[in-house]
Every structure is written in structure tokens, then in C-alpha cells.
Design a protein around this ligand. Structure first.
Ligand code: GDD
Ligand code: MN
Length: 386
């Protein structure tokens, strides 16, 4: 059994070389106290997949150190099925992060996830696989399309589930609205669609993270009936609803350019004060010339702005390009863009004042607003989103 430290973020490999993906398919099975379901799930999955893919697949069980020792059973299964791998994660719990942990160690071109408690009928995998073969980037098992449903849910549970979906629709229409069942935890996704993306989900709903951050254009859905649980119990408590809210909120902030722009604006404002303060010190204390002071103080402000933008405004993007070389590269680009922005600023002021007769101060204000906007979008594209 592999005992593994937790790593966040990227799936390694993908298109770039570091870990090749020589298998067709990797299916992750997250488990927590599923001792009584796992064996029969593995039997059904292996039968189906052997027929479908020969031996060109792997089943990765990711257990979070279950008190019922599911990890022990997982290891037994790995010993008797060559396609099964068992991972035991210690010191961390959580469905979504367990799935990412499994994907990070997966070798397949296609990645998937299925619950271990048999509530997701394994046989549906065949139709999901067909969707992928037809070219889908994401193949999703849904309760809310033809052939889908829930077996015997109380009104309360249905309302909670639909309420969560509705909330997601309001906060993240462009993400949650793309599928009929955003709560589903049974799907396949092309490795290439997520391998370059930084995934950092909270709680249970890994699909929302994949939809929100992945590069997914074609989605295929397949109906399935969510089975009743025969063995063991659900791990869902109020905590999972709270985590869902946190997850939605975090994605919303990360995906909203307006939010980014506001941050960029706040950072820019801090730069103005730094610029003035340094200018004051250089002039009054150091008695430096006007032009020199202006250039030096502007440069200090640019460095300040870069720092905060890198760790705050664009933190999700800079985390995808770690290492000091890349950081210096971003800094140089940012610097160039800011200097170009300065020239643009002067041009705009001249244009407004001399050609259009706009009041000097109003012209300056408009120029600042326009250049900030320009700075933001050019830097986003050129410096951070590379
Ligand atoms: N490794 C790990 N760590 N696995 C976990 C954890 C955890 O902290 N919590 C739950 N699991 C595993 C369970 O063992 C099971 O295999 C699967 O994740 C789903 O957990 P359940 O507790 O059975 O969830 P559910 O049936 O209420 O919810 C399911 O229903 C949704 C449909 O509304 C989830 O599976 C969703 O993925 C699914 O879409
Ligand atoms: Mn379940």
C-alpha cells in the first residue's frame, strides 16, 4: 500500500513530459469506511472494464485512513487484481482532495471518478466511455436527463439537492449551468482538459472545480439512477453544505474578472501613495533632482504593484508558473507594460486637453482610468495568463 503525502494543485504530466500517461483510463474510487461495498464494486468494475479496454486501465482506490480499515481491504484487492492500486492518505480528509490525489498519481489519458458505495451503477461507465470515444472532453452521469433519477429520496433531500444546484446557478451560471447535474460525482474527463490547471477544491463537489477551471468544450451526459445505499452510511453532514458554499464563493472570486480588476485597482492605489512617499523622501531628504526622483519613485511603485498583484490579484495564475525565473519574467513584462502605459497616459492627456479641450484635471483622471483598464487586460494576457 502506498502511504502518501498530500500535494495540492496540478496533475503532473499531461502534455508535458514528466510522467507519461501510457494507460487509456484511470478511475479513482474515493473511500471512507466502505469496507462492505468495495469488493463487490471492484468485481463489477473489473469485469466491465476488462471487456471494454482489455488491461489498458487502472482502478485507484484512495482511502483516507478509514477507521474500518478499508485501506487494508484495498491492499488485498490490489494484490489479487493487477489493475487495482491502493493509496492510503493520512492526516487529511475530504472527498474532492482525495480524488485529485488519485488523479495526480494516475497514468491514464482519461481520468474518472466513481463513488465506492455502489450508489453509482458501474455499468453506466460503458455509456460514459462511448461519450468520450465520440470526442467529449467530459462525460457525466446525470440524474436529471432521460433515464436518470433518484430511487427513493425524501422531499427534504430533493429540495436540499436542488437548492444547492440553484444557488450554484445564481453564483456561477457559466459553470454550474453547463450541466444538468452539477452535483454529480460520477464522470470521466480528458486529462488534457485539466492537466495544466490548478485545482484546489473545498469539500465534496469536485465536478464544479473541473467545470470551473478546466478547458472543457464538449460535454456528454448519460442518465443514471442514483441507487440506495445498501451498506455503510453517507458521510454528508452540515459541514459539507458549508464547504459547498465556501467552494462556490472561492470559485466565484477566482473566476470573476471584475473581482480581479478591483484588486488590481486597490493595488494601483497603493502604488500611488508609495510613489508620492518615495518622491517626497528623495526630494526633501536626499535632495535628488526632480526627474530622477520621479523616475525612481515610479519604479519603486511598479515593484510594489508587481509584488501585490503577483501574490494577490493574479495569485491563482502565478501559482501555475512557479520558480523565480518565471517570476522575474513576469516582473519584466509587467514593468514594460507599465512604462508603455505611462506613454499612453501622456498621449491621452494631450489628446483630450489639446484636441478636445477637456479640462486638464479631468483629462488626467480619464487617462488614469483608461490606462488602468488597459494595463489590467494587457498584463492579464501578457504577464500572467501565458
Ligand atoms: N477518500 C475519501 N475521503 N472518500 C470519501 C470521503 C473522504 O473524506 N468522504 C466521502 N468519501 C467517499 C465515500 O466513501 C463514497 O465512496 C463517496 O465518497 C461518496 O460519499 P457519500 O457520503 O456516500 O456521498 P453521498 O452519497 O451522500 O453523495 C454523493 O451523492 C452525489 C449526488 O448528489 C456524492 O458521491 C456525490 O459525488 C454525488 O454526486
Ligand atoms: Mn453515497
Amino acid at each position: 500500500i502506498s502511504e502518501i503525502p498530500q500535494r495540492r494543485g496540478h496533475l503532473e504530466g499531461g502534455r508535458s513530459s514528466s510522467s507519461p500517461a501510457p494507460l487509456q483510463f484511470s478511475l479513482v474510487i474515493p473511500t471512507y469506511n466502505e469496507r462492505h461495498n468495495l469488493r463487490s464494486l471492484i468485481e463489477r468494475l473489473s469485469q466491465l472494464l476488462d471487456r471494454l479496454l482489455g488491461h489498458d486501465y487502472e482502478l485507484i482506490i484512495v482511502d483516507d485512513d478509514s477507521p474500518d480499515r478499508t485501506w487494508e481491504l484495498a491492499q488485498d484487492l490490489a494484490d489479487s487484481y493487477p489493475q487495482v492500486r491502493a493509496l492510503r492518505r493520512q492526516g487529511e480528509r475530504g472527498l474532492s482532495t482525495a480524488v485529485i490525489c488519485g488523479w495526480q498519481r494516475a497514468r491514464g489519458q482519461i481520468l474518472g471518478v466513481i463513488d465506492a458505495d455502489l450508489q453509482h451503477p458501474p455499468e453506466v461507465l460503458e455509456q460514459l466511455w462511448q461519450q468520450i470515444e465520440r470526442g467529449a472532453d467530459l462525460a457525466l452521469a446525470s440524474r436529471h436527463v432521460d433515464g436518470g433519477g433518484v430511487s427513493d429520496w425524501s422531499l427534504r433531500r430533493r429540495l436540499l439537492s436542488r437548492g444547492a444546484q440553484l444557488l450554484g446557478l445564481v453564483l456561477l451560471p457559466g459553470v454550474v449551468g453547463r450541466v444538468s447535474d452539477p452535483m454529480s460525482g460520477f464522470f470521466l474527463v480528458r486529462r488534457a482538459a485539466i492537466s495544466e490547471r490548478f485545482l484546489d477544491p473545498v469539500g465534496y463537489k469536485i465536478l464544479i472545480e473541473v467545470l470551473g477551471r478546466g478547458d472543457i468544450s464538449w460535454i456528454g451526459e448519460v442518465g443514471y439512477v442514483f441507487q440506495e445505499r445498501e451498506q455503510g452510511e453517507s458521510k454528508v453532514t452540515w459541514k459539507q453544505y458549508w464547504e459547498y458554499l465556501q467552494h462556490l464563493w472561492k470559485l466565484r472570486l477566482d473566476l470573476l474578472p471584475v473581482q480581479r480588476f478591483l484588486r488590481f485597482g486597490v493595488v494601483g492605489l497603493s502604488g500611488v501613495f508609495i510613489d508620492l512617499a518615495v518622491f517626497y523622501v528623495l526630494r526633501e531628504q536626499w535632495q535628488l533632482g526632480l526627474t530622477r526622483s520621479a523616475i525612481l519613485s515610479a519604479e519603486v511603485a511598479i515593484l510594489n504593484n508587481f509584488y501585490w498583484n503577483d501574490i494577490w490579484t493574479f495569485s491563482d495564475l502565478s501559482r501555475q508558473q512557479q520558480g523565480w525565473r518565471k517570476r522575474v519574467k513576469r516582473l519584466l513584462k509587467f514593468n514594460m507594460v507599465c512604462l508603455a502605459g505611462l506613454i499612453l497616459n501622456v498621449l491621452i492627456v494631450n489628446l483630450l486637453f489639446n484636441l478636445l479641450g477637456v479640462n486638464e484635471y479631468l483629462a488626467k483622471l480619464l487617462a488614469i482610468a483608461l490606462v488602468t483598464l488597459w494595463n489590467f487586460s494587457i498584463n492579464l494576457k501578457l504577464s500572467w495568463r501565458v
